[in-house]
Structure formats: C-alpha cells, structure tokens
Design a protein around this ligand. Structure first.
Ligand SMILES: Nc1nc2c(ncn2[C@@H]2O[C@H](COP(=O)(O)OP(=O)(O)OP(=O)(O)O)[C@@H](O)[C@H]2O)c(=O)[nH]1
Ligand SMILES: [Mg+2]
Length: 236
C-alpha cells in the first residue's frame, strides 16, 4: 500500500461490541466519520434494552452472538465483516472519540503500521475517565509485557485498527477480557509493525460493564495477567 492510497479505496469495517448501550450507541454512531468507513457492525450479546434498535437506526448492521464476552463479540463481528482491508474496534459506551478515527487509521494508510493502538496515556484522557483500577491494571500489564516480551506499550486501549491480513495471521482465540492483550502479544510474536497513537478518552455514558464493577475488575485483571503469563511461558 502506498502513502497515496486513499481511505475510500480501502474497505474499513468498524466493529463495536455492545451490550445494553442504548444511551451511548446513538452518540457513537453519530460521530463516526462515515466517509472513511465501508461498514459499521454492532455486535450484541443479548442486550435487554434497545441497543439493537438504536444500532439499526444509527445505520449499523447488527451481528448477534449468543456467546457472551467482549472477545466473543469481537471475533463474531470480524468474522461477519464484509471482506475488509482494515478492521477497527471501538467501544460502544462513548468513552472513545469516534472522530479520532483518522489518527487510528493513518499509520495503516501510510503503510507504517499493521496494528495501531489508541493509547489513553496522555493529557487528552479526561480525569476520572480511566478508573484508577483500570489505570493501574494497564500499567502493570504493560510493565509485565515489557519484562516478558521486551516491547514497550503505554496502554491496552480498546480503540484500535488492524490490517485484515495481519489479523488473520494472529489466530485470535480469547473470548473475553484477554482479547486486547492477546492481540498485542501475538502481534509481537508475528513481528507486526505496531504503532501507538494518542487518543482522547472520556467518562462513559450509561451503566458500567467491566472496570466500573468489582467483579468485572477482578475477572478482567486476573484474565489479563494470566494471558500475559501464559504466552510468556508458551512463547508462541
Ligand atoms: N457484545 C458484548 N459487548 C460487551 C460485552 N462486555 C462488554 N461489552 C462492550 O464492550 C465495550 C467495553 O465495555 P465497557 O463496559 O465500556 O468496559 P470498560 O471500559 O472496561 O469499563 P466501563 O466503561 O467502566 O464499564 C462496551 O461497548 C460494552 O458494551 C459482552 O459480553 N458482549
Ligand atoms: Mg468503557
């Protein structure tokens, strides 16, 4: 791909895992720069609110995945995407700024990266948006990745872009909270060109699902650390 390649010529699919996000999804969908995007998929795992309706009204295609979990939703959404060249993952709670999409996608368009991770470790992160337990967990995970795999990251941020061929080479399997860290570790193993870019982040709209709850924090923290140790030992 050349630096002149226009986004319009690349097929960009956005995958949004969402469960009970009827309040935030219209805002997320409304802020996506559609001229950069081929399609938007919302992956639902049995929301009991109007998530599916607002997703469709907002112009997204809804993918229904019976298996619960953030990773399951990402796997299902990407599998259902319409032959994309680039896959974007974005949270449905309006914490990420969808209008930061150009920053996320530019390194891939310029052929400088295969995986781009939006890092919230910068002044554009609204105070309090990244809960203390999430900030600490990210710091610890990045520290351990540096020890085990000799690669420096500043975040395991959810807003990211990956070239489709690179994604296919990873063989992603995690069905829940280990998804992001699995992708980063496998990207190191496969020698992908990984670039971090600063992105903004704000307090979520609607009810917290993971780090805003004690059980979610414990389960996510445990799974992320276990994933790092597991791949650290297996080294493949
Ligand atoms: N489809 C699906 N989406 C999920 C699931 N768990 C979380 N999500 C979505 O994944 C995104 C990230 O989850 P969040 O609840 O924002 O998690 P977090 O950012 O760690 O913590 P909070 O924002 O404090 O809740 C949101 O869009 C959720 O709706 C799930 O099991 N299935
Ligand atoms: Mg969130």
């Amino acid at each position: 791909m050349s630096t002149e390649e226009s986004p319009g010529r690349l097929r960009v699919s956005i995958v949004i895992p969402a469960i009970d996000e009827e309040e935030s999804l219209p805002l997320v969908l409304g802020d996506i720069p559609r001229e950069l995007v081929h399609e938007v998929l919302v992956v639902d795992n049995g929301s009991t609110d109007d998530t599916v309706r607002v997703a469709e009204e907002g112009g997204a295609r809804v993918v229904r995945e019976p298996r619960r979990g953030y990773g399951s939703a990402c796997l299902a959404g990407i599998a259902a995407a319409d032959d994309p060249d680039v896959i974007i993952i974005l949270d449905g709670d309006y914490s990420d700024f969808p209008d930061d999409l150009p920053q996320i996608i530019d390194p891939i368009l310029a052929d400088d990266a295969d995986l781009v991770i939006g890092s919230r470790s910068n002044p554009g992160c609204e105070p309090g948006a990244l809960l203390p337990q999430a900030a600490f967990g990210n710091w610890l995970a990045c520290f351990l990745i540096r020890i085990f795999f000799r690669r420096r990251f500043t975040d395991l941020g959810p807003f990211r872009a990956i070239r489709r061929t690179s994604y296919d080479s990873l063989g992603m399997v995690d069905t829940n909270f280990g998804w992001n860290v699995e992708m980063q570790i496998k990207a190191i193993f496969r020698g992908l060109r990984i670039v971090e870019v600063p992105v903004r982040y704000r307090k979520r709209v609607g009810q917290s699902k993971i780090t805003g709850t004690i059980s979610g924090t414990v389960r996510a923290g445990w799974k992320i650390l276990w994933t790092i140790f597991r791949y650290g030992i297996l080294r493949r």
